[in-house]
Design a protein around this ligand. Sequence first.
Ligand code: C2E
Ligand code: MG
Ligand code: MG
Length: 732
Amino acid sequence: MPKLRLSSLYTLMAFVCIFAAGVYYTHLSIVADRKEQRLLMEEVVGVQAAAIERRLTRSLSSTYILAQEVRRSNGQFRDFDKFAEEVMQTLGGVSNLQLAPNGITEQIYPLAGNEKGIGHDLLYSDKRKKEAWQAIESKQLSLAGPFMLVQGRMGMVGRNPVFLEQKGEPYFWGFATALIYLDDLLAFTELDQLQQKGYAYELSRWHPDTGQVDIFARSTRELDEQQVTKAIRVPNGEWTIAMSRPASFTLPVVLGILFSALIATLVALLMHRILREPERLRQLVKQQTAQLELLAFNDDLTGLANRRFLTEQLDRAILNGRREGQCLALMYLDLDDFKRINDSSGHTDGDRLLMEIARRLQDSVRQTDLVGRLGGDEFAIVLVNVNNADNVRKIAEKILANIGRPVQLGQHEAVVGTSIGITLAPEDGTSSGELLRNADLAMYDSKRSGKNQLSFYNARMQEQALYSVRLEKALRQAIEQQQFFLLFQPIISLASGRAEKFEALLRWDQPEQGVQNPGSFIETAEQTGLIVPIGYWVLEAACRFIQQQMQTGKTTRPVAVNLSVCQLREANFATRVEALLTRLKVPPELLELEITESMLMENVDLAMALIGDLKRLGMRISIDDFGTGYSSLAQLRQLPVNALKIDRSFVMELETSPVDQQMVEAITAMVHKLDLKVVAEGIETEQQRRLLRNIGCDYGQGFLFARPLSPEQALHYQGYDDAGNEKVAAAS
Ligand code: C2E
Ligand code: MG
Ligand code: MG
């Protein structure tokens, strides 16, 4: 801010300086203009004064010529008219010439119109006798006027006293007089033209009678203050010519000031801009930084805090909590089956759903709590200042209920659940990293426990996580070191007791712990994606077992292989299987693939497409663990599968549970209607076998007939002896 003010101050100073300089320059140029004007005026006035003076002198010289002629003729002037005419023509500017011997006018040329003048006594009766006597006394030409003549015009009279000599003594003979009209005199100057050009002038003289200034000629326009005067010397007196020319300096002054203001403003603006540039850039950088920070701290889609910001705030909240002795809770939320909605309804609806969830989460907590999106369908909430775990549980339950409400997505509604993991600080952890890890583990626990629920973090989860990490490492080793092998469990025709096919079941020969069943490692293999390479290994091993059977020359029984959902997602799965079959020369109908019902339901469209592909290649497909998922009859009808395996949980209590019996009966009837085969899993007792056979189940699998067998054992296995209810293993 002070910088801003400083730049404004500099700008103001620049404006004032430049403006002042501009005004000063205007002043100087006007002063110079005035001076020049004055000089010009003085020149003009000088020229005009000289012109008047010259003209007057020339006109008055006529009296000298007359006087000279009188003296030459010794007072006997003859042919005055002719002489006068010649003089007047030569000199110009003289109105008439007179001779007045002894002061009495005797001759006038031209006489016409001037007759009254004859006989006029200049020394005794003339108004201007004073000048006449003055002339005699000074023996010099005297000029009277200008005054209004009897002819009605302004004029001057020049009287030249003529002295003759008698006996060596001069005596006054009379006057040689010239009358000069003022306008004739002025006609020889440029005053008239100058007047037309806007000049004003005044001709004046000091009146000897009145003692006042007598203005005898002037322009129509008045003189102004800027006048220049010049004296005109005339016989026995002085005239004054004054001239001025109206010159307005207002416009140049105004223009000068305006121009100065304009330049000053422009320079000031430019300077302001230059001075402000760093400030402007700083502001711009600040703005951009704020924008970047906004982008850096907020999730684009939902506007919630992003992972980075949430983590920072979490650290801050942990510190605050420690200082104030308060507890906080971190919730980690992962939407259940969001991928299904995203895949089936499209990303636009998926985004809309996420935005709505974000809004609901925000509504479910206090203003002081922080909701963030960690990415995809994962959210986190930092609840500050929590009293006890029970309160946190209540909030989490409220969130579960809020999120569970249907979301309107255009034409249709969607329902999503969320799995929540909760961890508390300071008891579970004291850093954001630790808390996020804890909450994540707890969230996985919720998922494992059946989704759409909440779990509080406990130390066991940490152990489990550690175990998973170790397991993953060990699984990688197992792939490299080929620690896997397959067992084959026969699937028996319940009607004939003959082994119809085998199910390949994976085993892991763990160096330290011995042989492991899939239950202990398959989930981790799926979570880490390791199931994909393992799955291909299983397929190949199963095919090799088929080859082995084929090589014995006896009946070759099909082998069923369990698939995992990760394998279904493999883009080129069908092609790879096809290549494998071709490479090992295994007829596709000898390979059966088991897809669990829950896998199927996770992504019906994807599963349908893949099943279609596999079927076209000639492979058989069966639905595993049927009854545990939630598929509908309508969906089943669309699936081009061969068989359906009723989950062991229905078989287990078949003898004691009429409900399970009815369920199995219903499933069997329904599946038969679809022209599919039914397999019952996990038959352990004779009674179960009998019941199932009576119900009409086609095949059975279970410890009653055979446990999963090694390839060698399986090669020799023929079936189950119905009559004696005894296993007939190894009946080659
Ligand atoms: P599943 O496909 O339902 O396989 C049947 C499971 O039931 C096998 O367990 C088998 O040993 C067990 N079983 C069979 N008869 C009886 C019985 O009478 N009583 C009892 N209590 N159990 C019986 P296993 O081999 O432990 O396999 C468990 C699950 O692991 C399998 O269930 C299958 O989903 C999965 N699995 C096995 N091998 C593979 C594999 O190669 N790939 C994949 N993705 N999953 C596999
Ligand atoms: Mg199976
Ligand atoms: Mg099963």
